[in-house]
Design a protein around this ligand. Structure first.
Ligand SMILES: Nc1nc2c(ncn2[C@@H]2O[C@H](COP(=O)(O)OP(=O)(O)OP(=O)(O)O)[C@@H](O)[C@H]2O)c(=O)[nH]1
Ligand SMILES: [Mg+2]
Length: 268
C-alpha cells in the first residue's frame, strides 16, 4: 500500500493500492489508520487492501457554509443585497461593474469587494467617490471564500449601501463550490469565450440565479452564434434569468440595472 497525491488538488487525497507490489512483510505506516483499514489489513493474506478515495473537502466546505450563512445574515440585517459575480478571466466583470457604478451614481449606494490572485488593478478601476471598494488578493487561491468576504467587508464603510457586488477571482470552476453568503449569484459568459462553455463547465451555470451574456457588441465580428449560446445556457441553467448586454455600448444595460433595482430591499 502506498499513497499518491500526484495530479490531485491540494485539498483532496487518495490512497492507491499497488496491485503489482510483491507481497512482503507488513509495512509500518506512519499515518493513523482507521479501524476499518486496520481490520482489512489484518484479514488480507498479502498485506494489501483496496481503499476507496476519501474526499476531505467536506469539512472545509462545511466550515465555509457556516461562515457563508453568517455573512448572509449580516447582509440581510444591514438591509443590503449581495451579488457574487463569477466568470472565466476577462469575461467583463470589472467593466460591467464600472458602468454599473457610474449609472447608479450616489442614487443607489453600492460597494464592491473584488478578488484576484495578485494586483489591485481592478480595485483601482472601480474606485469612485460614491462607492467604497476593497481588493482581496488571494495569492494562490483560485476563488474567494466566505471568510475572505467577512474580512473584506470589515474594510468597507457599508453605511447606506444597498448593493454589495463581490467580483470573484476569474475562474469557471473553483468558485462554484464556495458560497460567499450572497443572495444572488451572477455568472458571466462573454462572446469571446465561445458558445459551448455552459456545456463544458455546468456546475457554475447550474448554480446561477442570473446569467449575463456579455460583450454582445462584438458577437457578429467574432462569428459568435448567440442563438446557440442562449440554447446552451437554457439547457444547463433553466432556472437562471438571462440578460444579454454590452458594457461598452450600453445595449441591454437597462435590463440589468432595472433587475438590480428590483433586488434592493425596501426600507422597513
Ligand atoms: N467589446 C467589449 N469588450 C469588453 C466588454 N466588457 C469588457 N470588455 C473588455 O474585456 C476585457 C476584460 O474585461 P474585464 O472587465 O477586465 O474582465 P474581468 O472579467 O473583470 O477580468 P478578470 O478580473 O481578470 O477576471 C477588457 O479589455 C475590456 O475592455 C464589452 O461589453 N464589450
Ligand atoms: Mg476583473
Amino acid at each position: 500500500m502506498s499513497t499518491s497525491t500526484d495530479s490531485l488538488p491540494a485539498d483532496t487525497f487518495r490512497i492507491t493500492p499497488l496491485s503489482n507490489a510483491a507481497a512482503g512483510p507488513r509495512r509500518t505506516l506512519s499515518a493513523p489508520l482507521s479501524a476499518e483499514i486496520t481490520a482489512a489489513l489484518d484479514a488480507s493474506p498479502d498485506g494489501e487492501v483496496a481503499v476507496k478515495s476519501v474526499d476531505v473537502r467536506i469539512p472545509l466546505l462545511e466550515k465555509n457554509d457556516i461562515l457563508a450563512e453568517r455573512n448572509r445574515g449580516y447582509f440581510l440585517g444591514r438591509g443590503l443585497v449581495a451579488l457574487n459575480l463569477v466568470s472565466s478571466p476577462g469575461a467583463g466583470k470589472t467593466t460591467l461593474l464600472e458602468r454599473t457604478l457610474d449609472e447608479f451614481g450616489p442614487r443607489t449606494r453600492c460597494a464592491v469587494l473584488v478578488g484576484d490572485l495578485e494586483t489591485e488593478n481592478d480595485g483601482r478601476r472601480l474606485r469612485r467617490a460614491h462607492a467604497p471598494v476593497a481588493q482581496i488578493t488571494t495569492g494562490t487561491t483560485c476563488h474567494l471564500d466566505a471568510s475572505m468576504v467577512a474580512r473584506g467587508v470589515e474594510a468597507l464603510d457599508l453605511d447606506g449601501v444597498r448593493i454589495l457586488f463581490i467580483e470573484n477571482v476569474g475562474n469557471l470552476v473553483c468558485p462554484a463550490s464556495f458560497d460567499l453568503g450572497e443572495q444572488v449569484r451572477v455568472v458571466l459568459l462573454s462572446t469571446t469565450e465561445g458558445e459551448d462553455k455552459p456545456l463544458k463547465y455546468p456546475p457554475i451555470f447550474k448554480s446561477a440565479h442570473v446569467v449575463l451574456l456579455t460583450k454582445i457588441d462584438v458577437a457578429d465580428a467574432l462569428g459568435f452564434d448567440r442563438a446557440a449560446a442562449v440554447e446552451n445556457i437554457r439547457r444547463i441553467a433553466p432556472q437562471a434569468r438571462l440578460i444579454q448586454l454590452s458594457a461598452r455600448t450600453g445595449e441591454g444595460f437597462g435590463e440589468w440595472t432595472a433587475f438590480l433595482e428590483s433586488l434592493v430591499p425596501k426600507p422597513r
